[in-house]
Design a binder for this molecule. Sequence first.
Ligand code: BGC
Length: 420
Amino acid sequence: MTVISNVVKGLGCVLFPLALAAPAHAADVEVLNWWTSGGEAKALGVLKDDLAEKGIGWKNMPVAGGAGTNAMAVLRSRVASGNPPTAAQILGFDARDWAQRDTLANLDQVAQEQNWSEVLPQALQEFTKYNGHWIGAPFEIHSTNWVWGNKALMDKLGIEQPKSWDDFLAALKKAKDAGYIGLAYGGQPWQDATVFENVVLASGGADFYRQALIELDENALKSDTMVKAFDQLRELLTYKDSNSSGRDWNLATALVINDKALFQIMGDWAKGEFDNAGLKPEQDFVCFRTPGTQGAVTFNSDQLIMFKTDDPQQKEYQETMAKTIMSPDFQIAFSQLKGSVPARMDLSADKLDACSQKGYEQVKQAADADKLMGSLAHGYAAPASVKNAVFDIVSSFVNSNMDSQTAATQLARAVQGAKS
Ligand code: BGC
């Protein structure tokens, strides 16, 4: 052992594979995920620590890239080579896809013991179950129609929390005129699409969002309302800086954290970054629903899916992971660090911060009003083929001078093509 570690020390990471020769208990479960930012990694640590307390060793398999863009390719190749990880982080339609290929373990027993069907919102159960069987343990509920704002900058510039779209634009303009970045923006396709789904909801409301991005109705996709959504997106883009191309989401959040930018439109994983920087909601930063989207929530949820195995011990570990993730204490502890709200709707919000308390209540209200709708950018509105087609059109729009009418026409065409 000493010899090996000395050699490893001497040669640095070249001999990293030697670490794989460690005793089995050092890595009893291998978990693929894309939680690599400061806040995300801290939240994932809650699972690792809980498992360690239960005597289960952890091998992390992080694949950087927001929204899982890169992680999914790695997962496919691992499964294709007959070597799946024990478990993987996954989003809605992708979870269904793996279930359809008959690759996933059945979590019915744990789900029954913990009464999942009573505590999870119906809109989420559509994706945690397949053909009547439980396939994924949800860590949380995230939502994408949030704005994150720098409180000191708002105070300095005399900006109140915007209530309407016009107020929102006026605030962005004020920041820009004062020499700040109005909108912190990450120019990656999934981030373009995250902002896009916000403007679709803001310009057309919940029914329109559902028709266009969930039901994929051709007339809605090419409608005047969609043209208006692209117009709104074009206007928003005038408030980003010119270095946004390719920027990671957490670096965009850092612009708000570091007093460089006023607002960011982003899912509530952004709050994990504020927390990680030691900032407090309402005191140092503000959170509010994107103006024009109040009452509706575009959600996503990270689930842990388990790959089928014949090894009884692996099966036991998989069940323990599922049970741990859905336990009330874990759901709270994880969301406190991740920025999300619990996936379970039956918990006390006392230990959540002001943003998450508000968010938890809004998710419940939206669920009751049938306005808890899947996020397109984060895999809960349409299958990957359609999602990627939308990414292509929206990012072409963002990175060119394409007019809104052309964008809406192309969007409708691309979605029809991807559907068939
Ligand atoms: C996931 C979040 C993650 C974010 C950024 C989303 O799709 O649901 O858990 O923090 O992507 O990577």
